[in-house]
Design a protein around this ligand. Structure first.
Ligand code: NAD
Ligand code: UD1
Length: 339
């Protein structure tokens, strides 16, 4: 099948491109490089050993999107194209709503015009809001999101749900990611945050290579095993493989399906720090800091549905996540080069 990865030059998109190609699929990328660099796509090409058609465009631009669909005859779209910095979304919410919702609407309209019926959407565990019960199961009602970014995911889910109700031929898979970390084991592709990292693992990696002096752990008075927050960290290569399975599922089924992509296991921030130190045989400098607004104390998936229906489950270990993150960061301390 031919798969269009919208936002495919980013962190999860590049890893998905590798796994899609390894599974024998044709890959096409569309990206405006607002949060990624062309070098990332060149490195994917080096890993898969073939040229990947890559279009430089805003996915909300229907005219340019139509040209891609006319040229490439796409079977499945995987929609990663979104802004994702939670704190930034509270400062420029309108840009977040504009970008993250327009991209979905344009994709849906062009897909309908071009007869493409299958879409995989990058959603997030953030749509569950403050967990009332753990683990989080797909049929729990969506909760109150903690940020405009979260609401864009919630609203996109609703838009796609409505689109499926109106068009029974449409096939949409909502993938609710938990906390993706890690990198391809080659160390040639990985997460390349712009500026100060918002998320835990990129921050840890930058402290480990001496790019930042000290990690702040946000809160050590949560009602958890050691007082720090608990999350379900998942290796990005496992997550990427989940997209391969979801695309195959979308080829065979109509309607809307929702899957958690997590491991089902929660680790605390301190456990993550200690694991990173142990696996990579180094010491991380850290200090405790006040709680970060919007953080929930614990969040982890019930991962059974994806196993039963998609035949997917996370295989990589916490050690793999720590080792691969460090390998990527050590080999690329400044991330991808420009140009
Ligand atoms: P990323 O920023 O690395 O990748 C997103 C890509 O989309 C970037 O290459 C960016 O340039 C591109 N993009 C953004 N707006 C675009 C537009 N209008 N037109 C074309 N390209 C556009 O992020 P990621 O970590 O790879 O995340 C991918 C998706 O998964 C996002 O939608 C994100 O919200 C979602 N998600 C990510 C996480 C995570 O922890 N990384 C967790 C849950 C959900
Ligand atoms: C965050 C977003 C979530 C989004 C996901 C992927 C919030 C509230 N949630 O998840 O919506 O889908 O990223 O982009 O922002 N931590 C530290 N020090 C740091 C960074 C993080 O202690 O420097 C802690 C956090 O307090 C949290 C844990 O590490 O307890 C994980 O944080 P992070 O990696 O940002 O992910 P989430 O907050 O779970």
């Amino acid at each position: 099948m031919k798969v269009l990865l919208a936002g495919g030059a980013g962190y999860i998109g590049t890893h998905t491109a590798v796994e899609m190609a390894a599974a024998g699929n044709e890959v096409v990328i569309a990206d405006n490089f607002s949060n990624s660099k062309p070098e990332a796509v060149r490195r994917v090409e080096a890993l898969v050993g073939e040229k990947i058609p890559c279009y430089y465009l805003d996915v909300a631009d229907k005219k340019l999107l139509t040209e891609i669909f006319e040229k490439e005859k796409i079977d499945v779209v995987v929609h990663f194209a979104g802004l994702k910095a939670v704190a930034e979304s509270t400062k420029i919410p309108v840009e977040y709503y504009r970008n993250n919702i327009d991209t979905t609407l344009s994709l849906l309209e062009v897909m309908q015009e071009q007869g493409c019926r299958r879409l995989i959407f990058s959603s997030s565990a953030t749509v569950y809001g403050e967990p009332k019960k753990l683990p989080l199961v797909e049929d729990m009602p969506p909760g109150v999101c903690a940020s405009p970014y979260g609401w864009t995911k919630w609203m996109n889910e609703q838009i796609l749900r409505d689109a499926c109700c109106a068009n029974p031929e449409l096939s949409v898979v909502l993938l609710r990611y938990f906390n993706p970390i890690g990198a391809h084991e080659s160390g040639t592709i990985g997460e390349d945050p712009q500026g100060i990292p918002n998320n835990l693992f990129p921050y840890i990696a930058q402290v480990a290579v001496g790019k930042r002096p000290c990690l702040s752990i946000f809160g050590n008075d949560y009602p958890t095993k050691d007082g720090t927050c608990v999350r379900d960290y998942i290796h990005v290569v496992d997550l990427a493989k989940g997209h391969v399975k979801a695309s195959a599922y979308a080829m065979e089924h109509e309607g809307l399906a929702t899957f958690n992509l997590g491991t089902g296991v929660g680790y605390s921030v301190l456990e993550m720090v200690k694991a990173f130190e142990r696996v990579n045989e180094l010491k991380l400098s850290y200090q405790f800091a006040p709680r970060r607004p919007g953080d929930v104390s614990e969040c982890y998936a019930d991962a059974k549905k994806a196993k039963e229906i998609l035949g997917w489950e996370a295989e990589k270990t916490l050690e793999d996540m720590c080792r691969d993150t460090y390998r990527w960061q050590s080999k690329n301390p400044q991330g991808y080069p420009e140009g």
